[in-house]
Structure formats: C-alpha cells, structure tokens
Ligand binder design. Structure first.
Ligand code: G6P
Length: 471
C-alpha cells in the first residue's frame, strides 16, 4: 500500500540531553497537530532532524525512541548544523525571503553544505519510501529535495509547502544560487505557499530565471506539469478554544489579573527574530507612553520572546537590542507598582499562553514580514468572551484573511501609536463584531482543513500528471 511520508528539517519532538540522559517530548506545534492524522496512520512516517547533534553512541537510542512515535531521524553533524542550518538556511535564505537581503551571507561553503544535507535527507527518504509513495516536503531548509527525490523515485507523488514568504523576483534574483533553487523545487507535483502574492512571485522567478512557461497555476517543465497554488495555513481552532474555556486556565487568568492589578494588557508573543519587528514594536509602545500619559499605570505590555537560533550573529545582536529597549522603557516610566513592559525571554506551557491570550485586551502582532503568522489566529481562537482587539501587520500573510483587525504598516511608528490608542478605547460592541467574524474564518479554515485541501490537491495534481502520460 502506498504510504505518506512527511519531511521537514525539524521533527515535531523536543529531544534534550541533560546529565548524559536523553529526554523526548512531543512538540505542541500546529503543524505536528495537523499532520498527526497523516503520519500516525498505517505505515506512514515523519522524517527530520531531532534538533541537536547526536553522538554515534546515542543514535540507536534516538532511533528506537522516535520510531515509537512514527518518526525517523536524519542526523546532522556539527558542521551540517553550522553551515546548512545556521548558515545557508538561516543566514542566506531566511533573510532573503523576508526582504532582509542586507543581512544575507553569500558563502559557497554554506551552499555546498545545503546541497549535501538535502542529499542526506534524500538518501533517508529513499531508504524508507516505496516507488509510489506520497512525500510531503516542508519549508525553505529543503528546497532542493523535491528534484533530488524525483530523480531517485520518478513515480512518487511529491508535494512541497513553503511556510515562509516567497520574495519578489527582484529580491530573489540576488541569490547566487537562484536557478538551482528553483530547479530543486520544480521536482514537486504541487508547490504550495500561504498567499497568492507568494505564488505570483515564485511563478515570476521561474519564468524569468528558468525560462519556463506558466499559466493558471501550472508550470510546464517539458516532460511534467507542476501545479502551484496558495494554501493559507490555519490552527487547531478547537484546541485553543477548548483550552481557553477550561477551569484550569480560568483559574490562571484570575491569578494573573490580580498580580497585574487588573490593568489593560497588550500582548506580544514571538520567537526572537528580526522579521518579527520586536524593536519597532517596542519603540512604538515607548512613543505611545510619551504621547498618552493618561495610560500610564493603566496598561502593561506583556512581551514574550521565545529564544531562537541563538548561535546566529544577527539573532545575538537582536537580543541585545531588545534587552536595551525594554530596559530603557521600564527605566523611564516604571513606578513602584507598575512596569510598563513585562518581558519574558523563554517559552511558556500551552495553558499559560492560553491564559495570556484570554487576558489580553489587545494583541500586538506587527512583523516586518511573515509567511502567515499563527499567533494572531491563536489569539482570536482563545477569545472565549468574544471581545478583544487585534493589531496586525499588513506584512503578515494572515492580514489577507483577518481584514477586521486594525491593520498597520510596521515601518510606520506613528500609525502603530495611533492603533494602540484606538485599540484601547474600541467600544465592546465593535470588538464583538470584529472578533466574531474573525473567529468564523479561523474556525473554518483550520489546520485540518489546510491538510486536507493540500492532500486532495496533491492527489489531483498527480492524477492529471498520469492522465497526460497515458494520452
Ligand atoms: C519558522 C519556520 C520553520 C521553523 C520555525 C522555528 O516557523 O518556517 O521551518 O522550524 O520557524 O525555527 P527553527 O530554526 O528553530 O526550526
């Protein structure tokens, strides 16, 4: 029977090593939940990196533990991690695809490592896959993999989904390895992005750089047709809505509100990443406090920053910048009983996050650029009393769906200040209308809908391909 194989750089598991022993904890990420129904079925598997450098003597233990969860590890060496993960993936592709080309490092050895590790993933797939399996590859760390797999398993069904933006042709073409990257992707039967803009940018790059023809979302490679489409990713709506309704979270909300003296809460949650616009957000909050002293001691910004890629230079610099800005704002405005910014540099358990979402009068989601952004959807799903205000960057894919939010340009600090002031005084009735409409959208286009839509389209793309072959 044909199987489904999910492939991503990182496996949906947190593997940790403490005092020489390894611990394995499933991750709660949306993708893991959504794809649970796929990779946990029958003989299906999820293949990827366990997230740390595993010694040879530990490999068997990791394989055995992960196999229990239907996962298959791809082991990376120290230099793979340095050059493929931190290097090409996060110092070359990530900045370029998020329109931060000035941060991009063009380093041949990073490219070579990227090629080598994509091949390593391919070898693992070939080891486990049957010729007619369906392989769903995820994200920018594995852009070469579709063509590599196509070469080894020409009849397999290959889907690719990119979770980050695809930049405009003018930005993409700055990459020295632009053509190889596009050719790598074109091995897939179906290529998915979050938005139609991403699709447009990708197709335009293919036309200009590879010289192929494309129309109505189909790229003709000569011997195959590749389908390209937008699939805006959703969240596990019920999980967020139910957790927010639970007694445990209600208890936490009460406790946290008391600790914060029932002040109005503005919430900000991100991984530490320059694409998220954290310093810009802090500067806007600082300007807001300066312009609207009547809100002093009335509002608190809860800023949760989850550590990420902390070996990469730009992330280290950003950490210093955020620390300084928070220190400056609190230094200027705090009183004995009030800290304007409550800054946390760590992740939180799921239920505590749910309590924060429930407590927040305003969610401030202002990335400079984001493929989709799921935090804003999680906030909406958690608003069990129907109130709340979402301030959302136009540069997030989610802005295309959540048009009832207060949409801002994250480069426009004055607009952000105005949005904050407006958000804090929106009448409850208006909040309810906007939240209800956004809840309907987020509930309908949830993660399960996204997985089914992609999988159905992939089957269709392959059937069309086969029909063409036989005519
Ligand atoms: C983004 C990417 C994912 C990545 C995640 C965390 O959401 O699209 O592919 O896994 O960030 O980043 P990390 O580098 O820790 O895997």
């Amino acid at each position: 029977m044909a199987r489904k194989i999910i492939v991503s750089n990182r496996l949906p598991v947190k593997v940790r090593r403490a005092d020489g022993t390894m611990t394995f904890e499933p991750s709660e990420g949306g993708l893991a939940t959504g794809l649970g129904s796929v990779y946990k079925e029958g003989e299906n598997i999820w293949l990827g990196w366990p997230g740390l450098c595993v010694e040879e003597s530990e490999e068997q233990q990791v394989i055995t533990e992960l196999q229990k969860e239907r996962m298959q590890p791809v082991f990376l060496t120290e230099s793979d991690i340095k050059e493929y993960y931190e290097g090409f993936s996060n110092e070359t592709l990530w900045p370029t695809f998020h329109y931060f080309s000035q941060f991009a490092v063009y380093e041949q050895s990073y490219w070579e490592a990227y090629y080598r590790v994509n091949q390593k993933f391919c070898e693992q797939i070939v080891k486990f896959a049957n010729p007619d399996d369906t392989i769903w590859i995820h994200d920018y760390q594995l852009l070469l993999l579709p063509s590599m797999v196509r070469e080894s398993l020409p009849d397999s069904t290959i889907g690719f989904f990119q979770h980050i933006p695809f930049p405009s042709y003018e930005v993409f073409r700055m990459l020295p390895w632009r053509k190889q990257i596009l050719q790598g992707l074109l091995g897939a039967d179906l290529i998915g992005f979050h938005t139609y803009d991403d699709v447009r940018h990708f197709v335009s790059s293919v036309i200009h750089l590879v010289g192929l023809a494309a129309s109505h979302g189909i790229i003709e490679t000569g011997n195959r047709s590749v389908m390209v489409d937008a699939f805006p990713m959703g969240i596990d709506y019920d999980k967020y809505a139910q957790t927010a309704n639970s007694e445990k979270v209600s208890g936490m909300v009460q406790e946290f509100q008391e600790a914060l003296r029932h002040r109005k809460i503005i919430l900000s949650i991100d991984r530490l990443d320059y694409s998220k616009g954290i310093p810009q957000r802090l500067r806007a909050f600082e300007m807001f406090l300066k312009q609207y002293p009547e809100f002093h001691e009335q509002v608190t910004l809860i800023m949760i920053v989850v550590p990420s890629r902390d070996q990469v230079e730009k992330y280290k610099e950003l950490k210093i910048e955020v620390d300084e800005l928070v220190g400056r704002i609190n230094g200027l405005y705090r009183t004995l009983s009030w800290a304007p910014v409550q800054y946390y540099y760590h992740s939180f358990p799921f239920e505590e996050l749910s309590a924060f979402y429930r407590m927040a009068h305003v969610a401030l989601v202002t990335p400079m650029r984001d493929g989709m952004n799921l935090v804003c959807k999680e906030y909406i799903a958690s608003r069990n009393d129907g109130t709340g205000v979402l301030i959302l960057s136009e540069m997030a894919g989610a802005a295309k769906e959540l048009s009832e939010a207060i949409l801002i340009n994250p480069n426009d600090v004055h607009q952000m200040v105005g949005a904050l002031q407006q958000a804090l005084i929106v009448p409850e009735e208006n909040q309810r209308v906007a939240v209800a409409s956004m809840q309907a959208t987020v509930q309908k286009y949830n993660i399960h809908h996204w997985v089914n839509l992609f999988m159905d389209r992939l089957t269709y793309a392959k059937e069309k391909q086969n029909a063409l072959k036989t005519t």
